[in-house]
Design a protein around this ligand. Structure first.
Ligand SMILES: *Cc1c(COP(=O)(O)O)cnc(C)c1O
Length: 389
């Protein structure tokens, strides 16, 4: 295509072993899925609480359909802000113990919104090196200065804060999506307090997973709205729906409604999806059974890996990576695991740093003990086979 030289870029990517493939999913998300014509026990999705295909949701959404329609038809500002969006925002704010919440079409858009609208020219954003791509892109979109600190390094963060004379934001994931570890938010919040910086936390993998009731990172660390003034939660992962929300003081929400471009200039999330989110939030509010079940499955997986001496990263969340290093090796391992009937994520650069390709295992509340045993046995065999080659 004219001057673009697309084939060269594609060939370069290929020569690095970094080309990604899409495979066709022929079933709903769940404990077992049909992908590319094969059935696997699924350890690759972010559907941590097994809600993505919940039957009771399907019937309740069908019932609501005449009053929601399918498309939302307009942005929130014009005439697309449905009563179900409104209700969901209220319930969510209550669940998260925050004054108010604002729903976005997805987490990517919410992160762009927050950074673009809050950080201005002359301000400083200090971000964890391993933050999600959407936060990196949001930092670029805001015209603020941008610095990164080594992953979860509190000393480096404090040094940056000490040196800053600008209005400063600290931006971090709560649970890092490719490592599964949790940011030390108590200490980060203290540093923000000490240096008068404003903390922005992306809780995409914490919401529904962390905390006794699955409220997320703030419940886990017992942090209030003052300590984490800008909290972003997403609904396409543990909540098994779609969309995202920013929550905090009412004035923050009022401001975002006026100034967040990726909130204003886009079609509202279909209200039927708001109904799905609402239904699943109700499931969470009815009790932490699924959250507890997930936690038990994580513990069981870790226990079996310890017995088999499978080297895991230090993660206590649903994301359990095994770092392999080389791109071809990780792809080969993924294929071999499939032969044992288990599907895992195979993550390569540029999603993760060079030479840190990894198997990304995700656990859900729906896995049976026997599934986890099947996975660990397969991992053990495949990793040994790998050592011999
Ligand atoms: C998935 C993810 C997002 C994006 O959320 P979507 O709703 O999928 O757009 C943002 N941040 C983190 C850390 C994520 O893992």
């Amino acid at each position: 295509m004219k001057f673009l030289n697309l084939s060269q870029s594609l060939a370069e990517r290929d020569s690095l072993g970094e080309t990604r493939q899409r495979e066709v999913l022929q079933s709903a998300q769940g404990r077992k899925i049909s992908l590319g014509g094969q059935t696997y026990v699924n350890f690759a999705s972010n559907d941590y609480l097994g809600l993505a295909a919940l039957e009771s949701t399907q019937s309740s959404v069908l019932e609501l359909l005449p009053s929601t329609g399918v498309g939302s038809g307009a942005s929130h500002m014009i005439c697309g802000h449905h009563q179900l969006h409104e209700l969901f925002e209220h319930q969510l704010a209550g669940f998260l113990q925050r004054q108010a919440a604002l729903t976005f079409t997805c987490g990517y858009m919410a992160n762009l919104a927050v950074l673009q609208a809050l950080a201005r020219k002359g301000d400083l954003l200090i971000s964890d090196k391993l933050n999600h791509a959407s936060l990196i892109d949001g930092a670029q979109l805001s015209q603020a200065d941008s610095k990164r600190y080594p992953h979860c390094d509190l000393t480096a963060l404090e040094n940056r804060l000490k040196r800053s004379s600008q209005n400063t934001f600290v931006v971090t994931d709560s649970v890092f999506s490719m490592d599964g570890d949790i940011a030390p938010l108590t200490e980060i919040a203290e540093l923000c307090d000490k240096y008068n910086a404003l903390l922005i936390v992306d809780d995409a993998h914490g919401f529904g997973v962390l905390g006794t009731n699955g409220q997320g990172c703030c419940e886990h660390f017992q942090l209030n709205q003052q300590q984490v003034p800008v909290l972003m939660s997403t609904f396409g992962k543990a909540l098994g729906g779609f969309g995202a929300a920013v929550s905090g003081e009412k004035i923050l929400i009022d401001y975002l409604i006026q100034f967040a471009r990726s909130y204003i200039y886009t079609t509202a999330l279909p209200p039927m999806i708001a109904a799905v989110n609402l239904h699943h939030l109700q499931v969470l509010m009815n009790g932490p059974e699924r959250v507890n079940k997930l936690r038990q499955n994580i513990a069981y997986f870790q226990q079996l890996c310890l017995q088999q001496k499978i080297p895991l990263l230090a993660s206590s969340t649903a994301i359990q990576p095994v770092v392999v290093g080389d791109n071809q090796t990780v792809l080969r391992l993924g294929e071999r695991l499939r032969a044992y009937g288990v599907l895992v994520g195979t993550i390569r650069p540029p999603t993760v740093p060079p030479n840190s390709a990894r198997i990304r295992i995700t656990l859900t509340s729906e896995h049976l003990k026997s599934d986890i045993e099947q996975l660990v046995n397969a991992l053990d065999k495949c990793l040994q086979q790998n050592d011999q080659n």
